[in-house]
Write a new protein. Structure first.
Length: 120
């Protein structure tokens, strides 16, 4: 999979598209003017960057995603664990928990998740 990166403002822009897609590019321009106080050219410049990265497409003035929000943030999460914890989920969980205790319900939910992804 490609390495997807978004700056903070780009991520906010991407979330706006994911919430509204499919969206006509002129409508996106209006939303960005309201949300970010952007000019039309700024919206199209940022959109082009994200299209070039393979996250969105703008075909016939209709903007849609090439990857879903869930796929994007799932990739980013996996990349973070890989880069920061040598891909070790137990190391990540230990650092994330930082001595905090789980409720029984949280522990059971995690156990069910693990069981669903466990190879036989």
């Amino acid at each position: 999979m490609k390495e997807y990166k978004l700056a903070k403002l780009e991520a906010h822009f991407a979330d706006l598209i994911w919430e509204k897609e499919p969206i006509l590019s002129p409508e996106l321009v209006k939303l960005c003017e309201k949300e970010f106080d952007w000019k039309k050219s700024t919206t199209y410049t940022v959109l082009k960057k994200l299209c070039d990265r393979g996250i969105f497409q703008n075909e016939n003035a209709v903007v849609t995603s090439l990857i879903s929000r869930e796929e994007f943030y799932g990739y980013k999460s996996r990349q973070f664990v890989e880069d920061s914890f040598e891909g070790s989920i137990p190391k990540f969980l230990a650092a994330f928990m930082g001595g905090k205790k789980l409720t029984r319900q949280q522990a059971e939910e995690i156990k069910q998740l693990i069981d669903g992804y466990t190879q036989e």
